[in-house]
Structure formats: C-alpha cells, structure tokens
Design a protein around this ligand. Structure first.
Ligand code: C5P
Length: 415
C-alpha cells in the first residue's frame, strides 16, 4: 500500500526524535518516497546527515533558500506540501502544536502543513512530559487540530526522559507505520458518500409569539452536527441548516443559520434539487403563532389566546418529491408507542430510513451527549443500536446510509 506514496515526516525537538531514522527506513523498505522536515529543535536530537542518508533526499529545514544559485527552488515550502500524500509529525512538541494550531509557518515543517493538499492525511504524535501534555494550552491546540481534520494519536505510557514514568512516550516506529497504513487505507477505501451533496437540518426552531418571545424546544443540535461532521469526514459536501444552537461548525461543513421553521424551509428548498441525501435531524416546531404580535405584548390580560397554525413539514416535502436516487432520512423522537409511530412516519413521508429516538432526558434525545437509536429502513429492516455517543451514533447512521447508496447503485449520481 505504501509503494510509491510520498510521505513527509516532520520531526520536532523531543528526545523521541532519535527513533525517527528507523521510521524513515521502515517507510523506504515498504517502497514509500520519504522527505524529512526537521525543526531547529529536532536537529538538536537527531542528525540531519543521518536523516538525509536514510531518506536519500535532502532534509528540509528553513523556508528560505540558503543561496541564490541556479536550480534553487524558491517556492519549496509550497512544492513540498503539494508533493505529499500524507504528513506524519513525530514527535510533535508543545511548541509545534501551538504553531500548527495558530497557523504559524516559520519553517518547512509548519509551512508544508499549510500547503498540504486538502484531504491528505495528517497524523500527529505528540510526545512530551505527561504534565505538559495534559496542560490546558496543549489540550486546546490538540482540539483545534483535531477539529481541522488532523488525526492526533495520544502518547503512550511508560518510562520518560525525566526519569519518571507516565503518559508522554511516542509510539514505536512500527506502530506509527501501522497508523499511517490505516489512515491511507481508509482514504483509499472511498465512502459512497464521497463528493455527494448532503443536506442536514439541525437544532430547534423558534416561532415568534411577539417581538421578544418565542415557542421552541430543548433541541441542542448535537445529533445533526455530529451527522454533518461524520458526513464531511467521509468526503461528502455538506450543507448544515441549523436553528439557534451553541455549537461550533464542523470542519469542512457549509453552515446556514436560520431561526424559524419558515426560514429553515426556504433555506432547505434551495438545496432540494441539487442534493443527493437529505437528513432531517432538526426538531422543527410543528406549529407557529398565526399572527405574531408586533413589539412586546403587554401583561394587562388575565388570559390570552395564541392561535397556532401548522408549519410545513420540510423533510416530508423533500421526500415526497424526490427524484430516483435521492435519499430522505428522518428522525422520530417519541415518548411512547415509539417504534410503531416511527414506522408510520417512514411510510407517510416515504422516507428511505428513519432513526427512532426514544426520549428519556438522561441517555437519549435532546441536549445529552449520547443517544439510543433504532434504525428502520423502508424495507422494514430494523436495527437496534446501543447507547452511543452522538458522534458514534452518527457513524452508524451513515454506515446505514452508505448501504442505501450502494444498493441505489449508479442512481445516486453526483449532484
Ligand atoms: O413528524 P415528526 O415531526 O415527528 O417528524 C420528525 C422528522 O421530520 C424529523 O426528521 C424532522 O427533522 C422532520 N421534520 C421536518 N419539518 C417539520 C417537522 C419535522 O423536516 N415541520
């Protein structure tokens, strides 16, 4: 799998750097082309000559060419990033993690991180003292890089250079190779969602009673955001139409913020024809006040009556007019007689798949980080999932959608 692949190994200034010539050799033995980007700190722990010898390439350090002789590559920081099929940073120090997280690029390693082509795997192996690793700033930078799509591999526990033992060791070169193969394998095994247009609705809607009050629900948007994140990771082009939530936009996802069901409806309609897959994960208000009061209602009356009228069913509208090959996926949050109701909705809305979501406030449903879903397909096949994090539940839902795409064959054309 590694034969002919172009791999950059970024090496920072940690004691584990002494193991990296072995990593270069292992990669070369597997037929990979290896170039090394060595930071100033890294050069204190491992020699440039050793790395150049095993990689059979010059070692990349400064972004500024040393001399202006003929043949000098003045844009090496760009061509190095463009050349690579994958970037490994091992060991990654706290300093370089901070630079990468902030987008600084003052040496070849940090510059090629920025010029790497989109979608190419980046594997980062932080290795440092355990307390350093757990410090809030290092953890914040790790989180930032993970949300950008990098794979961060936690250090291992064992003996440390400080003489203490604990978390902080870089995995052995063989193990780093395993991670790389796994990552390259998962990107070569393309998901059927790759390059498909996926629209996800998420979060609650707000329906105005007057200028300062609204009807809404407890939806946090976490499930819809997890679906959008997972679909983007599988290479889909994702549009996330969300009601008011307090969540960060997943990496690579186009986000549209709306407030009411009417706004969500008109935003979603713009994508109906051009989308391959529509996932309705929003908790859309079924009703809205017929005539919202302009300004703030006064509290003079003992009793007031607000007349509600039905909102459009966004998902049903898409599903009932979908073209062959388009897929409509819905959720059914129920408190009682759940599964039967979910099956009824699947049929009424002509959905391809529905995720029945039992509501119990602690383990599943609104606001919490976990969910217990039962997936029901249009063929009646029912899959009960255990309690999972919303990210894992989203992964299972997408696995089921991938099966639908495959059985649709070429029908689910790129839109
Ligand atoms: O019928 P019910 O509201 O329970 O259906 C829930 C499913 O329909 C969810 O997938 C939800 O996102 C979608 N829905 C919608 N527009 C509405 C109501 C529900 O898209 N007005």
């Amino acid at each position: 799998m590694l034969r002919g692949k172009n791999i950059i190994i970024g090496i920072c200034g940690g004691i584990a750097a002494y193991k990296t010539p072995l990593l270069v050799r292992l990669l070369k033995k597997r037929g990979a082309n290896v170039r090394v980007a060595l930071t100033e700190g890294g050069s204190r722990f491992v020699s440039e000559l050793a790395l150049a010898t095993v990689s059979e390439e010059p070692v990349y350090r400064s972004i500024f060419p040393p001399t202006h002789t003929e043949g000098t590559d003045f844009t090496g920081h760009i061509s190095l990033g463009e050349w690579a099929d994958a970037l490994i940073i091992a060991p990654a120090t706290a300093n370089t993690l901070a630079k990468l997280g902030a987008g600084l690029c003052d040496d070849m390693l940090t510059a090629c991180f920025i010029t790497l082509r989109p979608g190419k795997p980046v594997l980062i192996f932080p290795a440092m003292d355990g307390q350093m690793f757990l410090s809030p700033s290092v953890q914040r930078n790790i989180k930032t890089l993970a949300t950008q799509g990098c794979r961060l591999i936690s250090p291992e526990s064992g003996e440390l250079a400080s003489g203490q033992s604990g978390l902080g060791r870089m995995p052995e070169p063989e193990s780093i190779l395993g991670y790389l193969e796994e990552e390259l394998f998962s990107t070569t095994q393309r998901s059927p969602l790759y390059d498909k247009s996926v629209v996800v609705t998420a979060g609650p809607t707000r329906e105005k009673i007057d200028g300062v009050r609204f009807i809404s629900n407890y939806s946090s948007g976490k499930m819809g955001f997890a679906i959008a994140r997972a679909a983007a990771k599988r290479g889909a082009r994702v549009t996330l139409i969300t009601g008011p939530v307090h969540l960060e936009t997943p990496f690579g996802v186009e986000r549209l913020d709306v407030e009411s069901a009417a706004e969500m409806h008109s935003a979603a309609r713009r994508f109906f024809n051009s989308s391959n897959i529509f996932v309705g994960a929003a908790a859309v208000s079924d009703y809205r006040p017929l005539a919202p009061y302009e300004g703030k209602m006064k509290k003079d009356e003992q009793e007031i009556v607000v007349t509600l009228i039905k909102n459009p069913d966004i998902l049903a509208e898409f599903s009932l007019q979908k073209a062959p090959g388009q897929l409509a996926i819905g959720f059914a949050l129920e408190t009682e007689t759940g599964l039967d109701n979910a099956r009824k909705k699947l049929l009424e809305k002509k959905l391809d798949l529905i995720a029945f979501n039992f509501f119990d406030r602690k383990t599943s449903g609104f606001e919490v980080d976990t969910n217990i879903l039962t997936l029901v397909g249009s063929d009646g096949v029912t899959t009960e999932l255990p309690q999972l994090t919303k990210d894992d539940a989203a992964g299972k839902l997408l696995d089921a959608i991938e099966i639908l795409c495959r059985s649709n064959g070429n029908n689910t054309q790129k839109k």
